[in-house]
Design a protein around this ligand. Structure first.
Ligand SMILES: O=C(O)CCC(=O)C(=O)O
Ligand SMILES: [Fe+2]
Length: 370
């Protein structure tokens, strides 16, 4: 007999905005087409156009029920309702050195130099369940840990594996090229994340010097999967004209972006999506924003050299990444991950121009995305 899932109570999503915003026009990959060779060919073309020209894209029909997704939001919500002291028990040692699994409290970044106002972003990252990572979670998560593991594994098999096959098809590589460097049971710094942005009042909102909750950046791994949540705030800087536009929440979809490691592996052919998290429109400023995300990354021991076997990259001339162009050592994924995370997580960092354009590793300088 099937065992009933533990009761979590239903999760109430807030109302979508009625504001007239400039929304990004993005494509949707319908994974129900994935089952036939013809469908895969079509999806591969859609995917490669999306990651070269747009950045974010939506994925639908990915075989994970809305009920399972809702339960993850409920778990995230219950976690954030715990007292701060309880959550802080799960803060990792060495946050400044780039450790990121567990609880990262809000307030590490000053968002107004005069008043000292700080950020309100809390993060809880859950690593892979492949045996390489210690799992120590508060009771509410521990009581549901098999479900959390099942959810992460489903994201791999139902979303990431297909994306990797489609990317390989688009680059005329063997279909298992990218799945072979993204196996669930091999060590990589993937994580599932519950993320909470607590609201500011109107007076505090005015103090945000950048006007943003999270400033423009690219993510460091292969793909980031963002589940639909209704508070408009995510924005993309369009590759075509550098204009910032809003990402619309779409029912039953995931929003996905390509990230730095894919840019390195494809010699710049796949573009890492530039995005930021803005102050929401006025009709949503009175609510907190809870996010559910998954960060996918190649295995730690993958050297981020540009792929030489792709006829497409050879024909189009995308044969060197930034490290190779600069004649510097090409890092492994592990080295790159901890170098970029340490820079992102530095304590109380100041938003100076030097800071934003820091050299993360020889051959790679960060950029300020305005
Ligand atoms: O909260 C979001 O919508 C995006 C968050 C994000 O960009 C990140 O955590 O890297
Ligand atoms: Fe991001």
């Amino acid at each position: 007999m099937p065992v009933a899932a533990p009761e979590l109570g239903s999760y109430q999503y807030v109302q979508e905005t009625k504001a007239d915003l400039k929304w990004a026009e993005l494509v949707t990959l319908d994974l129900s087409l994935y089952s036939t060779p013809e469908g895969r060919k079509q999806l591969a073309q859609t995917l490669i156009t999306a990651v070269r020209e747009k950045g974010f894209f939506y994925v639908k029909n990915f075989n994970i029920s809305q009920e399972r997704v809702d339960r993850q939001f409920s778990l995230g919500n219950k976690f954030y309702n715990l007292p701060l002291e309880e959550k802080k028990k799960y803060t990792p040692e060495g946050l400044e050195k780039g450790q990121f699994n567990g609880y990262v409290p809000a307030g590490r970044r000053v968002v107004n130099q005069e008043t000292g106002l700080r950020d309100r972003v809390e993060i809880y990252n859950i690593p892979k369940f492949n045996g390489d990572f210690k799992h120590n979670h508060p009771e509410i998560l521990q009581n549901n840990i098999e479900e959390i593991e099942g959810f992460a594994r489903s994201l791999h098999s139902e979303v990431l594996d297909p994306l990797h096959v489609l990317l390989a098809i688009a680059l005329e590589l063997p279909e298992d090229y990218f799945t072979n460097i993204h196996k669930y049971d091999v060590k990589s710094e993937d994580h599932l994340r519950y993320m909470k942005y607590s609201k500011y009042n109107e007076e505090e909102t005015k103090q945000l010097q950048s006007g943003q909750w999270v400033q423009g950046h690219t993510d460091l791994g292969s793909w980031t999967l963002l589940f639909r949540q209704p508070v408009a705030a995510l924005q993309i800087r369009q590759h075509s004209n550098d204009e910032w536009v809003w990402i619309k929440p779409q029912d039953g979809t995931l929003t996905v972006n390509a990230c730095d490691a894919l840019t390195f592996l494809t010699g710049g052919y796949v573009k890492s999506t530039i995005h930021r998290v803005s102050v929401p429109p006025e009709d949503q400023r009175h609510v907190d924003r809870l996010g559910l995300l998954y960060f996918s990354r190649p295995h730690n021991d993958v050297v981020l050299e540009s792929v030489k076997e792709s006829p497409v990259l050879q024909r189009e001339g995308f044969v060197k990444n930034q490290f190779e162009e600069a004649g510097e050592e090409v890092p492994t994924m592990e080295k790159w991950t901890f170098a970029k995370q340490a820079w992102q997580r530095r304590q109380g960092y100041r938003d100076t121009v030097e800071d934003k354009n820091a050299t993360i590793l020889p051959g790679f300088k960060e950029k300020e995305y305005k």
